[in-house]
Ligand binder design. Structure first.
Ligand code: ADP
Length: 548
């Protein structure tokens, strides 16, 4: 079907250019827009950063569709909603927002604008709680519906409807009533979670069985995924060597965790390795940002060293490598950041330099952040997921990334385009259950229920049977399990400890000293003896991760 031949196309393309200042549509956007303007239900599955919002924002602003009036957007994340509303307002789009912690005055005003006979807002953003539980909101919707002024319902993050998904939300459960209460209003559901079961469940629950299904594969076959150990002293030399050997004179992005690090890495790449690099982060002035960005975009400097502030809305086709100098905050983020490489479909490299040590600062940032407890737990889990990905040096990386989004992928199709598939070394499985048990018992006796302060490093020294002064001074060489891991290499012991950390058997607690420095001390969260069952589940991960 020629999507440009629909009666809506002229207005759609005009809106895209004049309101959104964009020139072309990305994959599936036009299909989604045409379908919803034609009054059809639509299900859009698109990776994060793929451009889902445009699928409903363009039709919301248009007037030629089969249904007209207000587009109601249901979204679970208030911060994201506020962000979108601000963007739309900057584009002079008439939009109102209702959320649960909003002042009365602003809701009163929004309400009046929706009920007045004059020109109505084009979009109404609302939290699911507000949509169902507020009598007021239901009256507003009823009045709009009766006056044929409800253009469509948009369910963003639609996977939250499904109890199969990991993000199920109570408040999304009642969205099945939309079809019942407003049968003539088309529904558009959007998500970045590709699991078939979840998708089918969402479609059933929203009662949109005849929807136009726009499903995009998340696989990026031209990207090569690689995770390498990060050795703090050499990481920059490793990065520079990698670039010089593989991408000399080519364009790339290096992601760092902090602003300072970006500046330091860019400077060192210039001064020590004669590479043309510039830094970019949120703290730069608007002029400096656009100077750095355009120098990179126009090829005056090949490498941009950036925090994740860099990337939104950036479309450069020939990015040949994306390097993570430090750990990304989630696999979602990782997918999005690496996704900026190879947009021209030519081969590109994604290299992540991994050390467990990088998690400490991420966890600290979360602890000190102002998110809700629930949100903090989610953010911490996201980091653990990244760690699991990095530590798994057995399974196809592409399959792991796609699996995270719920998309099945046969590793045979990887064709050696990730370092795990490339590495044909024989994989020897080894059961580390008993070493792990010893490590837990040992640490338990060292921390004495939290009364004794010992670092992770100290614990692993005692476990390896090291005769360091500190070990002897504390009398820890007298522990029953002193040297229980003496047969293992230092690297393997570190990995075992990191693993137990990530599985939350151990955790670290920061204690500040007089100079304000934080030292991380060990805690044990798990009780021995473990049951057989929890042992099996628990350590199966250890087995595969320490396999080589
Ligand atoms: P998603 O909701 O799928 O994660 P967004 O809707 O936030 O993605 O879009 C991600 C980025 O892509 C935004 O910066 C947006 O402006 C940009 N974008 C979306 N559609 C287009 C397009 N057709 N052309 C250029 N940029 C686009």
């Amino acid at each position: 079907v020629d999507q440009t031949a629909t009666p809506y196309y002229p207005e759609i393309i005009r809106t895209l250019k004049s309101v959104f200042k964009l020139n072309d549509f990305r994959h599936h956007q036009l299909e989604a827009i045409n379908a919803t303007m034609d009054g059809k239900d639509v299900f859009v599955l698109m990776p994060t950063g793929g451009g889902k919002s445009l699928c409903y924002q363009v039709p919301a602003v248009c007037h030629t569709g089969k249904t007209n009036g207000v587009t109601v957007v249901v979204s679970p994340l208030i911060a994201l909603m506020i962000d979108q509303v601000n963007h739309l307002k900057a584009k002079k789009v008439d939009v109102v927002l209702f959320n649960s912690d909003q002042g009365l005055d602003s809701s009163r005003e929004a309400r009046a604008r929706l009920l007045s006979p004059g020109r109505k807002p084009r979009l109404l953003y609302v939290t699911p709680e507000r949509l169902h539980r507020s009598e007021d909101m239901r009256n507003i919707l009823r009045r709009l519906y009766d006056g044929k002024e409800l253009a469509r319902f948009v369910v963003d993050e639609a996977h939250c409807v499904s109890t199969w998904g990991r993000d199920f939300r109570e408040s999304y459960q009642d969205l099945d009533r939309l079809r019942v209460e407003y049968p003539k209003v088309p529904i558009m559901a959007l998500t970045a979670t590709a699991n078939e079961q979840v998708m089918k469940d969402v479609i059933d629950r929203l009662r949109i069985q005849n929807c136009v299904l726009l499903k995009q594969s998340f696989n990026r076959p031209n990207l090569h995924y690689d995770v390498r150990p990060k050795q703090h002293r050499n990481v920059l030399a490793d990065i520079a060597a990698f670039i010089k050997a593989n991408h000399s004179g080519e364009t790339g992005i290096i992601y760092c965790m902090s602003r300072n690090k970006c500046e330091e890495v860019a400077r060192d790449l210039r001064d020590k390795y004669q590479l043309r690099a510039k830094h970019y982060h949120a703290q730069l002035t608007v002029e400096d940002k656009s100077r750095a960005q355009s120098a990179w975009q126009q090829g005056h400097c090949e490498i941009i060293v950036a925090t994740i502030a860099f990337g939104m809305g950036i479309d450069k086709a020939n990015v040949r490598f994306v390097i993570h100098h430090s750990l990304p905050k989630s696999l979602d983020g990782y997918y999005q950041e690496t996704g900026r490489a190879g947009r021209d479909c030519e081969p590109a490299d994604c290299v992540l330099f991994y050390t467990y040590g990088d998690t400490a600062i991420l966890f600290k940032m979360i602890r000190e952040g102002d998110a809700t407890l629930e949100e903090k737990a989610r953010q911490e889990d996201a980091i653990r997921e990244v760690v699991r990905y990095c530590q798994n040096d057995v399974d196809c990386r592409r399959a792991q990334v796609l699996g995270y989004f719920g998309q099945a992928f046969n590793p045979r199709e990887c064709h050696k385009s990730c370092n795990n598939c490339l590495d044909e070394a024989e994989i020897v499985e080894e059961d580390l259950t008993s070493a792990a048990k010893d490590a837990i018992s040992l640490v338990q006796s060292l921390v004495k229920g939290g009364r004794e302060r010992v670092t992770k490093n100290h614990c692993s020294n005692v476990f390896r049977g090291s005769m360091l002064k500190d070990v002897k001074d504390k009398g820890h060489d007298q522990q029953a399990l002193f040297g229980a891991g003496a047969e293992m290499s230092r690297d393997r012991v570190d990995r075992l400890f990191d693993h137990l950390m990530n599985e939350q058997a151990f955790r670290e607690e920061a204690v500040s000293n007089k100079q304000g420095w934080n030292t991380m001390y060990m805690q044990v969260s798990i009780r021995m003896p473990l049951t057989k069952c929890s042992l099996l589940i628990f350590f199966s991960v250890v087995v595969s991760a320490c396999a080589r």
